[in-house]
Ligand binder design. Structure first.
Ligand code: 13P
Length: 252
């Protein structure tokens, strides 16, 4: 069975409601008739309801940029899985490097978020990746192994399409410095082998691993041609309808 490519847009802390509506409308129309790939967008929390109206009935999946593990309670500043589902959100980005670096989220906290999301039926997109200093110190694979193993600690996967991974080298995020196809493939292959060590073969084979970090309309085709790159998690280039449309239409 082949993995269905997933093109995901992470809007980060961008878009007014009017901009979100306009961008989501463009994404929906860019996806018409596409059946060999999936598309997800993650607007800021404030725009989820607005974007939900636009994507309803389309094939575009709605995601949050984070999610809490608890059903409800005293968690100031957090959003529960059920609250997202009420808005039509079926996925959530978890462990993005900006959450790890700026907001101090640890592997343990990220694992808790991921477990909660899966428990309540939200598909997590678990992000991981090394910093430039870690790469230069030759620690890339050790960092990836730690983040993936701890992020997925205690997680059983019955249906491989209910979990998505995303390799995002920190030095490639928002810098215009994309990992080369070879660098990305090497990391993805390493993580794929890690999945084989952690899960049954048929499951590990089917879990999608996205690449993120300065993906644009010019480099997406080459990246997604790599055997273990199953999609893209796009920041900056997902905020412009034209470039995201081209990325959605990457050439297989
Ligand atoms: P850029 O595509 O802007 O580098 O961002 C990548 C990213 O962080 C997506 O989650």
């Amino acid at each position: 069975m082949q993995r269905i490519p997933l093109i995901a847009g992470n809007w980060k802390m961008h878009t007014s409601l009017a901009e979100a509506r306009e961008l989501a409308t463009a994404v929906v129309s860019a996806c018409k008739g596409l059946s060999d790939r999936e598309v997800m967008i993650a607007p800021p929390f404030t725009a989820l309801a607005t974007v939900a109206e636009v994507v309803r009935g389309s094939q575009v999946r709605l995601a949050a940029q984070n999610v809490c593990w608890a059903e409800q309670g005293a968690f100031t500043g957090e959003i529960a899985p059920g609250m997202l589902q009420e808005l039509g959100c079926s996925m959530a980005i978890i462990g993005h490097s900006e959450r790890r670096q700026i907001f101090g989220e640890s592997d343990v906290l990220i694992n808790q978020r991921l477990a909660g999301a899966m428990h309540f039926g939200i598909i997590p997109v678990l992000c991981f990746g090394e910093t430039l200093a870690e790469r230069e110190a030759g620690q890339t694979m050790a960092v990836l192994e730690r983040q993936v193993r701890l992020g997925l600690s205690g997680i059983t996967v019955a249906e491989p399409d209910r979990l998505v991974l995303a390799y995002e080298p920190v030095w490639a995020i928002g810098t215009g410095k994309t990992a080369s196809e070879q660098q990305a493939q090497e990391a993805h292959e390493f993580v794929r082998n890690l999945l084989f060590a952690m899960y049954e073969k048929s499951i590990a084979q089917q879990i999608r691993i996205l690449y993120g970090g300065s993906v644009n309309s010019g480099n997406v085709d080459a990246l997604l041609r790599q055997p273990d790159i199953d999609g893209a998690l796009v920041g900056g280039a997902s905020l412009k309808a034209e470039s995201f449309e081209r990325i959605i239409h990457f050439l297989q």
